[in-house]
Ligand binder design. Sequence first.
Ligand code: SF4
Length: 75
Amino acid sequence: MIRITQLRNKCIGCNACVEAFPQRWRISRKDGKSVLVGGRANKSVHFLLTGEDEWEGHSVAAKNCPVRVIRVERC
Ligand code: SF4
């Protein structure tokens, strides 16, 4: 199992995570920030528990995020 965490209020909507892993990231039409598809929110911290098979995609998203607001960890 892996946990993805996004500090969404600091997202600048650059689209890099969407390009890295479009199955799980998309840009919101409402505010232009990215959304973790299937995730849950605790105030501005959004998170998702998912399978190991998504590790690579989210890791690339996290690495490419220019403001470093995506964290990927095993749990
Ligand atoms: S890569 Fe980072 S800053 Fe860019 S849209 Fe995704 S979360 Fe936001």
